[in-house]
Write a protein that binds this ligand. Sequence first.
Ligand SMILES: *Cc1c(COP(=O)(O)O)cnc(C)c1O
Length: 490
Amino acid sequence: MSPEEFRKWGYAMIDWLADYSARVETLPVLSKSAPGDLRKALPLTAPEHSEDFSQIFADIDRLIVPGITHWQSPNFFAYFPANTSGPSILGELLAAGLGVQGMLWATSPACTELETHMLDWLADLCALPDQFKSAESGGGVLLDSASSATLCALIAAREKATQGNSNHSGLNQSLHSQGQASSIPNRLSNLIAYTSDQAHSSVLKAVRIAGIGETQLRMIPSDSEHRMNVSDLLRAITRDLKEGYLPFFCTATIGTTSSMAVDPIKEIAAICNAHSIWLHVDAAMAGSAALCPEYRHYFTGLNHAKSYTFNPHKWLLTNFDCNCFFVSDRQALTSALSILPEYLRTSASESGEVIDYRDWQIPLGRRFRALKLWFVLRYYGAEKLREYLRGHMQMAQHFAGLIENSDEFILAAPVTFSLVCFRHKAGDTFNEKLLNTLNLSGKLYLSHTRLEGHYTLRLSIGAAHTNSKHIDAAWSVIMETSQSNNRFLT
Ligand SMILES: *Cc1c(COP(=O)(O)O)cnc(C)c1O
């Protein structure tokens, strides 16, 4: 594609996106596509001959849009949000256009240095403890997802607990000669990890991938507000130690996926500290709220965590993928993930003065993700971002008030941040049918969970253009639908 042709279609694509952003509110939120619809409309094989870009462009509206569930609609209240914004899209475009691979500092110094700097900026904006900053022993990295962050934390903790017995024999020998390590390395089958029964499924997935048996993950029960039960955690650790196991890793959550419950981080951190357990804190969604000082009490105790993660790609106007992963001891992470073949040796790396982010993640290659974050943080500024987040949290409180004042619905969990869990008093079947009817209407999109065994509706607020008008409209639709459909009851 020539620069002139690229310019033409580039302008056209930006126009299309600007129009989309302006009209997305009018589109049915949930796609009405049936399984196989798109594949039936696509040619069976890839084109043998070149097509004009005008034909490709026309197919966006014809083929793709009908199969889109509109996450950017202000009436999208399902799951957690997946924000995007003008500055973020422009940053993404620039990253694609530059097309760099940021695996090593030397393969594009700006890619690495902007990233380290953005993570330090965010650590400050969220008042994270100093150990997560690059000037200290730790630092941050941008990964594709919170799931990857949790896996990397687990692998670093595993490597530390087993003293790298499988692939770091050199390290072991030097430790042995200094008499610092026990002569029998801990085996994988001895390791025990902990999390709560409300933790994200990525914790179990990480345990499986890391070669630690599922039976070595203790799902600690949660209390009536869905927070990890600290006395149960302590009891489990004590029992495991008595039976000769090695407790090594614990994931606590700030803002669980089901109900945005907050585990008691301070108490959990004290227990982990006392038993040399790596504490990883997952704040995938709620982490953005730490920009606002009045929500920071939920994060107390983070100064004892070994690692921490949150997703600007959920609620901070930065499009997927953009996950922040902070560690307090970058050496622990890189000694678990660094392997150096000859073809990747550079003098900059050998000088020890630079970060090579390939050693902080699973893949080798990496995108220039920091650009979109840089654009977002500069375009909005901290003040506007805080205003944005507070707006959603106030809307959640407003909606919770409507639920509390209704005779038909009840709140199913405390409203900590921007999520409201609620249900109709008529029971599971009614709630399930209510949800399906609401979503089929196209007027809004909610999702569900189960809390204490009950089918529960989730109104998750956080789309970029949602305002209180949309919340009131959602409430009207929910009320009308539940009242006009008494047949659900039978
Ligand atoms: C969304 C979520 C995740 C998963 O995030 P990905 O970036 O999609 O992997 C993990 N933990 C919690 C608490 C979440 O809400």
